[in-house]
Ligand binder design. Structure first.
Ligand code: AMP
Length: 462
């Protein structure tokens, strides 16, 4: 199955050309399985973690099926909405549409993304010009339907992406309203990282004889993500976080918190301590969220602090480290969070700071992922930041330590990027049927990746 190439999948030359230009050489397992089934016209219930290439798994056969409708005519009547992709968050919407656009770039098929939090009027003129593929968050799509700025009576394909999160976020009533407005005769594809009872119920409700495909066992965590837990008192978490970030050899880290307040507080505190950090959460405007995300994506900021909802669907190339400042009380969120790293076959590290009162959640997480997460040895206490101390000599491979003050950050991508823009490469470690915890070197008091460096005044102070 995995030896097939994109050319074996009956995709048109213009799609294959776009894939080559995107650096894709071979289909990921979910793509190899889903593309033939979607081309056959089947409904699909696909279980795939983020980072498995699931967007192309539905977008490529969708484009292939819509190619006969591609038209160079400027007339809106020649560009009816034929495929609707519903996603839970704005960030995911933007990413999915960007992928669709990239894959469709050599065809005349048009795509557009609509999401809330921005002035609806800015989206209307583009909708009026006509698009074949519409990516939308449910609430904003309903606004457009109410304002009669979109017609859905030609929709022949529907994708529910990250369906489990849509349910978690309470989109069920909106989904039902939208589904009722679509033509009955259509192909439905549902993608979900987990197969909860609610997801099974939803699939029974709106999929017709679906083919079931699963590339990762439900709720399995990516095998190529090394997971670690630090047992730490709540009051000591910030110091440990700062210490981990300072000692990290990695260029960027995504830090999760449970609440918006904590996310903002940590971002402010880290900024005061000289880190280039920012927060994204639901209380920030869409513009602020997009700016922070862009700054993170292009390397201007090194630490992004996010709540679960804000981080959902983020696809950041080669994100090496995810840190759970607080572990989630819903065990499935843990799987989603650590799915931000170790994407498309790359390796990643997921660190959780667990206070005694959170250990009950850790038990649930370990039950869900069916393995015990390695407990890391406590780090030696860092020197107090205010005390001037000698700067530790920089190890050769530390020359790219990016977790630094905002004014020292750079838009240039760091150089030790062996796997930075590397396309997906399936490896033995992408077999995610049996989640494995990778154990760091025995007897090393300090974990391999996080080496302690002394804090200099410029590191630690305003
Ligand atoms: P997704 O799971 O759709 O969010 O995709 C995760 C990442 O893998 C994205 O950055 C894609 O561009 C990338 N990707 C998807 N399919 C392939 C492929 N066949 N080869 C290389 N990269 C891919």
């Amino acid at each position: 199955m995995n030896n097939i190439s994109f050319a074996d999948l009956n995709l048109a030359p213009e799609i294959l050309r776009a894939l080559t230009e995107s650096g894709y050489t071979i289909p990921t397992p979910i793509q190899a399985q889903a593309i033939p089934l979607v081309l056959e016209g089947c409904d699909l219930m696909a279980g795939a973690q983020t980072g498995t290439g699931k967007t192309a798994a539905f977008a490529l056969p969708m484009l292939q099926k819509l190619l006969p409708f591609a038209s160079s005519s400027p007339s809106p009547a020649r560009h009816a909405v034929r495929a609707l992709i519903l996603v839970p968050t704005r960030e995911l919407a933007i990413q999915v549409e960007a992928s669709v656009k990239a894959y469709a770039k050599h065809s005349h098929l048009r795509s557009l993304v609509v999401f809330g939090g921005v002035d609806i009027k800015t989206q209307t003129p583009q909708l009026r010009t006509g698009v074949e593929i519409l990516v939308a968050t449910p609430g904003r799509l309903l606004d457009h339907i109410e304002q009669k700025t979109v017609q859905l009576n030609q929709v022949q394909m529907l994708v529910l992406d990250e369906a489990d999160r849509m349910l978690d976020m309470g989109f069920m009533p909106d989904l039902k309203r939208i589904l009722a407005l679509l033509p009955k005769q259509r192909q439905n594809l549902m993608f979900s990282a987990t197969f909860s009872t609610e997801i099974k119920r939803l699939s029974a409700e709106f999929l017709v004889n679906p083919k079931l495909i699963e590339v990762a066992r439900s709720n399995a965590t990516a095998e190529n993500v090394t997971q670690k837990v630090y047992l730490v008192d709540h009051t000591e978490k910030h110091a440990l976080l700062a210490q981990l970030l300072r000692g990290s050899d990695a260029k960027q880290a995504l830090v999760f918190t449970k609440t918006k307040l904590t996310a903002s507080r940590i971002a402010r505190q880290l900024q005061r301590e000289g880190f280039s950090a920012d927060a994204i959460h639901g209380d920030k405007s869409q513009l602020e969220r997009m700016q922070a995300l862009d700054a993170f994506k292009n390397g201007k900021i090194s630490v992004l602090i996010a709540t679960d909802v804000a981080a959902r669907g983020l696809d950041i190339d080669q994100l090496p480290v995810v840190i759970n400042y607080e572990i989630p009380s819903a065990a499935e969120d843990y799987v989603h969070r650590i799915g931000r790293t170790g994407r498309a076959g790359a390796s990643g590290i997921a660190i959780s700071l667990v206070a005694p009162e959170e250990e009950k959640y850790l038990v649930e997480i370990e039950k869900l992922i069916k393995c015990q997460i390695q407990r890391a040895a406590p780090l030696p206490k860092a020197e107090p930041a205010a005390r001037p101390v000698e700067r530790a000599p920089r190890a050769e491979h530390h020359t790219e330590l990016r977790i630094r003050a905002p004014h020292t950050s750079t838009t240039k991508r760091p150089v030790h990027d062996a796997w930075f823009n590397k396309p997906y490469e399936p490896s033995a470690s992408t077999r995610v049927n049996e989640p494995v915890v990778h154990v760091s070197k025995p007897n090393s008091q300090i974990p391999a990746l996080f080496m302690r460096r002394k804090i200099t005044p410029t590191d630690g102070n305003d």
